[in-house]
Design a protein around this ligand. Sequence first.
Ligand code: BTN
Length: 282
Amino acid sequence: MDSDPFQNNEFERSIPFNPELLSSLLKNCIFEKNVIFKNVIGSTNVFLKNLAQQGYPEGTVVIADEQSAGLGRLGRQWFSKEGKNLLFSVLLRPGLLPNQIFILTFIFALAAIEAVQQMTGLGAMIKWPNDIYIREKKLGGILTEFAVQKGVVQHVVLGMGLNVNWNPTTEQKLLYPTSSIFAETQQAVSREQLLHKILKIFEKMYHEVIEDINPAERFYKKWNDKSAILGKSVVIETGKERVQGEAASIGKDGALTLICADGHERKFLCGDVSVKMNFSEL
Ligand code: BTN
């Protein structure tokens, strides 16, 4: 018998996601009513943004086993193996201001980190502003998109790709050092149970956010505690410049404060920036 699970053909076989199981686990949750599952879709975010415009309610979830045009931040592709990982988007209609939407990205990441910790014991972290990292490798990413009309947020679509039962080292198209729960633990995890946990934990934090008049105050210590980059030397790329420095803190406005080589502090907002922790990343 082959003892290396990565060499084991059984493991390489994909197990289809079971949306009925997820729905049964999601009882009494805002995500209970509209669970939409697709075997293959272009992008769960694009699909859900369309539904949002048609008036679908808050709590609609779209999950796919495979995306043919998965999107990452900054126009990048999101690559995943069919039937192995979590690829999903949720629709929210919070009464938040556009400059508070970053809080939802952070609590979405915190929910995934907490769920992974509860199910596997792994200590994943947030790589500001939207990545989930484990030991300097990417475990997942979040794509947050929202529509604003006359200064009012109409809807928010939070999309997450999380590497679960995949062996990323066998793939060629990866942009970053990449890991998965399986690669870290050699244990396959139920994607339905993991997604259920993520959504339940997220729902609790989401209610705290929308009911609090100052939600950043409540959560900013948590996103600093779970930051993968604080105290580390990083390079920030804004499209116009590359700035190297030590990541010092992430503020209540979501901005990263960097201490540059000359000792000056610079603040970077979450927008169109990318962060590199090591030079093997593109
Ligand atoms: C990133 O790291 O740049 C963000 C990646 C986000 C990927 C997820 S997969 C589900 C959802 N649908 C998409 O097309 N993208 C997000």
